[in-house]
Design a protein around this ligand. Structure first.
Ligand SMILES: *Cc1c(COP(=O)(O)O)cnc(C)c1O
Length: 384
């Protein structure tokens, strides 16, 4: 059996064809593929606007910039996420704070968030960055109500959840990243994620003003829009109005993204099939499986189990060429954050989760045979 990894991208002949067409065209970057990808992606997640950017981390940075995060601003996120969710605030001079996770959904605990907000004067915190962790949609409807009460903005880190959704209290389906309740939403197109463009990312929003700001800041703060210019020297003229960055995604990446997007829905359905099979196979075992709630559609970027002897299972599977992974080392455990004063014991639910979690192989091209083998080995380990 070939090695089986926890995640894997999938490139088809059509994908290659799409990129080749760009290579033979007049534009390698800033051409028509960028706009097409932005429009199609916005439509896919149900948002009004989208801005393609160089990667998910830059998407986060850009969001913080657009919302005006500055020195001393305090922002809250979850300790169980990729470090970029927290780092992005620090890039702007802001300060990050954490709220522990819910033990069932592994996402930011909204009760604990309210408790924390309640114990500080309004205005102490400027914003919150929830993560649709593993593909589990955060209850952004409830989060919006909390955010309104305490005057916070919301950047939804939806890197794990394109295609996921929840049914809100009005019985409406709310796709992750549609911007119905959050101000800004971000995605990554790193090959381990649902849609691969090499490196790549996207910000979505329904707010026109924020959209214009994102556009401006993603391209050096330069505009050519005649209606926005302070002067106009002629057709060649452009103005740099703010200190922006070059966070533009190229047409090569976008062409790949457009092609991948065509299979995105199918991919999420396949991920759910795989999850159901794992859930079924493990239902009588001493394994904590992902929570399946009726009002959510999980995007299953990751299939995470919790098992007491995680370290041994990791090693056992590895011996059989099954390469699982741990998502994630709590952000506050990292040296950089420890040096800022965080320590073990600060977020006990997240820490306990980390001790036991393991991400099993989960990607649309995982074969039945491969999944059967993974299941067989997990069961063999437990019965040993
Ligand atoms: C992947 C990921 C990011 C960062 O995306 P990159 O494209 O790798 O920069 C941020 N947040 C989460 C939750 C992620 O999974």
């Amino acid at each position: 059996m070939k090695p089986i990894y926890y995640g894997k991208h999938n490139i088809t002949e059509q994908d290659i064809q799409a990129v080749t067409e760009v290579l033979n065209s007049d534009f390698l970057t800033q051409g028509p593929a960028v706009k097409e990808f932005e429009e199609k992606f916005a439509k896919y997640v149900g948002a009004k606007y989208a801005v393609a950017v160089t990667n998910g981390t830059d998407a986060l940075h850009l969001c913080n910039l657009s919302l005006g995060v500055k020195r001393g601003d305090k922002i809250i996120t979850t300790p169980i996420t990729f470090v970029a969710s927290a780092n992005s605030v620090l890039y702007c001079g802001g300060e990050i704070d954490f709220v522990d996770i819910n033990p069932e959904t592994y996402t930011l605990d909204l009760d604990k968030l309210e408790e924390k907000l309640l114990s500080h004067p309004i205005g102490t915190y400027k914003g919150v960055i929830p993560v649709d962790f593993a593909g589990y949609p955060v209850d952004v409807e409830r989060l919006r109500a909390i955010a309104n009460k305490y005057n916070l903005w919301i950047i939804e880190d939806a890197c794990h959840a394109p295609g996921g959704y929840f049914i809100d209290s009005k019985k409406n389906m709310q796709l992750c990243g549609n911007g119905q309740y959050s101000d800004l939403q971000i995605f990554s197109f790193h090959p381990v994620k649902h849609i691969a463009t090499g490196e790549g990312g996207m910000v979505t929003t329904n707010n026109k003003e924020l959209f214009n700001k994102l556009k401006l800041l993603s391209s050096h703060g330069i505009t050519k829009d005649e209606s926005l210019l302070n002067e106009n020297h002629g057709a060649w003229y452009y103005e740099m109005q703010e200190l922006g960055y070059n966070y533009r995604l190229s047409d090569l990446n976008c062409a790949l993204g457009i092609s991948q997007l065509k299979r995105a829905n199918k991919g999420v359905r396949r991920r759910n099939e795989i999850a159901n099979k794992y859930n079924q196979a493990f239902k009588d075992l001493e394994i904590i499986r992902p929570l399946v709630k009726e009002n959510i559609y999980h995007a299953y970027h990751l299939y995470i189990i919790q098992i007491e002897d995680r370290k041994a299972l990791y090693a056992f599977l590895r011996k059989h060429n099954i390469f699982t992974q741990v998502h994630y080392i709590p952000v506050h455990y990292h040296t950089y954050y420890k040096n800022k004063g965080w320590k073990k014991g600060d977020f006990p639910i997240a820490e306990n989760y980390y001790e036991n979690c393991l991400s099993l192989p989960m990607f649309p091209t995982l074969t039945e045979e491969e999944q059967d083998f993974v299941i067989e080995k997990v069961i063999e380990f437990l019965n040993f």
